[in-house]
Design a protein. Structure first.
Length: 211
């Protein structure tokens, strides 16, 4: 006699994270306004009662999804020293990886979602900006301040300028549909193929010559 095993039920933190991963996809596919708690519950394989026990409102769920995006994003971005021992090359590769991540289809759609909801959920849009752009600026600024001859305020200004020039022109083209985003998950091993690293190295040399 074959004993049928029921799927293991998710509980607590595991269920919460599963819901967030599903909700992230739902928000990206439908936008905030059209996304429903019913859809998230159904696709999560959980009850609405359980969903609301973790997230009382759709807005609370959306904010939690933004926190998850920050977590996932920062794990992939890492910090400049993880890329190379030589400071100038470490900064160039960090900027290149930031561009590679920001030009991925999922990230472009997330950015569009943040822009679309900026009027309705100002705090949510700010959360997204801080999670993605603010965190990258801060990580690069910390590195520049530690290894350069500038204080942290100057390092932050330099980081914002450098990352802005390395990433924003291409990101704007993607957001406006002028260029197609990358469909495959960005692999650091293909960084040199996906990003114009010589151009970024030139930006680093001109932006932080004392590095």
């Amino acid at each position: 006699m074959t004993v049928r095993r029921e799927p293991r039920q998710r509980r607590g933190d595991e269920l919460r994270r599963h819901i967030l991963l599903v909700a992230k996809d739902v928000f990206l596919e439908t936008g905030y306004e059209r996304a429903s708690m019913d859809t998230v519950a159904a696709r999560s394989g959980t009850s609405k009662r359980s969903l609301y026990a973790h997230f009382e409102t759709k807005e609370m769920l959306f904010r939690a999804v933004l926190d998850l995006i920050k977590e996932l994003y920062l794990v992939q971005l890492r910090t400049p020293e993880a890329y190379a021992g030589e400071p100038r090359e470490a900064v160039a590769l960090f900027c290149g990886r930031f561009q590679q991540l920001m030009t991925w289809d999922a990230q472009v759609r997330t950015c569009r979602l943040g822009i679309a909801e900026a009027e309705r959920l100002r705090d949510g849009a700010k959360t997204y900006f801080d999670a993605v752009f603010g965190s990258a600026y801060q990580r690069l600024a910390d590195y520049l301040a530690e290894r350069g001859s500038m204080d942290h305020a100057a390092a932050l200004a330099a980081a914002e300028d450098l990352l802005g020039r390395a990433v924003l022109p291409r990101l704007f083209r993607l957001l406006l549909g002028v260029e197609e985003p990358a469909k495959a998950r960005p692999d650091e091993a293909s960084l040199a193929e996906d990003v114009d690293l010589p151009a970024i190295r030139g930006l680093v040399s001109s932006s932080v010559p004392g590095l």
